[in-house]
Design a protein around this ligand. Structure first.
Ligand code: PLP
Length: 233
């Protein structure tokens, strides 16, 4: 039995607004990103009609198929790539997404820069940071971020607007959110994509501008493993 999405959305928006106010941040400082991986097309359409204007996708091919079927509402939403991205999918990702949150290595930066030049499109970029330095997880190590940003600027003229992280599942997320916020301040980056269904209020307290919410909006999913997919090569 699907939940009533608009009611769930209203509750989530209230929780986000309350957490934003508690953190002493201005109304509207935090954007809900509805994570639509594995959701059927009808459910995504329902979310768009209910007012979810920013959506997150994990896989390029799955997203292409979904948005071919949802072409009539594509112009009403911002689409963000939040899953691991293979360099050979850079062309497709640049063509489809408004924002790519998972830039995490020089080879991908090169592929994205090339695709952007070829297509004349410039999706905004976030760098994924592996705040927990987990070997199986994608993301730039915190101590490598300064070099990485300099390198992609010098080599490709890329200027990311923010940072994204997925804290280790078994640790309290607060210190990871604090670290990501500190790194963003240090590098003058304005967008902070952090916090999911279970910890978005904590993320907002630490300065999240974008919270990525799947289960709490759409109901439980079967594929929780999808967030810790191994590094693409
Ligand atoms: C699935 C996913 C989310 C949403 O997770 P929920 O716990 O369902 O809210 C957020 N970020 C990423 C990168 C994901 O893959």
């Amino acid at each position: 039995m699907p939940t009533d999405l608009s009611q769930t959305l209203a509750e989530l928006n209230r929780a986000i607004a309350a957490a934003t106010a508690r953190a002493g941040r201005p109304p509207g400082a935090v954007t809900l990103v509805g994570v639509v991986k594995t959701q059927p097309e009808a459910r995504v359409r329902e979310a768009v009609f209910a007012g979810v204007a920013v959506l997150g996708e994990n896989r390029v091919q799955e997203a292409q198929a979904r948005w071919a079927a949802l072409a009539d509402v594509r112009g009403q939403v911002e689409l963000r790539m939040i899953g691991p991205l293979q360099s050979n999918k850079a062309d497709d990702a640049v063509a489809l997404f408004d924002v790519i949150e998972t830039l995490d290595r020089p080879s991908l930066a090169a592929a994205l820069a090339k695709a952007m030049r070829a297509q004349g499109r410039r999706p905004r970029l976030l760098v994924q940071v592996n705040t927990g330095e987990e070997p199986q997880k994608t993301g730039v190590a915190p101590q490598d971020l300064a070099d990485f940003l300099a390198r992609i600027r010098d080599a490709h003229g890329l200027a990311p607007v923010g940072l994204m992280c997925i804290p280790p599942a078994e640790e309290p997320p607060g210190p990871h959110f604090a670290l990501l916020a500190k790194l963003a301040r240090r590098h003058g980056l304005s967008e902070l994509s952090m916090g999911m269904s279970g910890d978005f209020e904590t993320a907002i307290a630490f300065g999240a501008t974008h919270v990525r919410i799947g289960g709490a909006l759409f109901g439980a999913r079967a594929d929780h493993a999808a967030i810790s997919t191994p590094s693409p090569t």
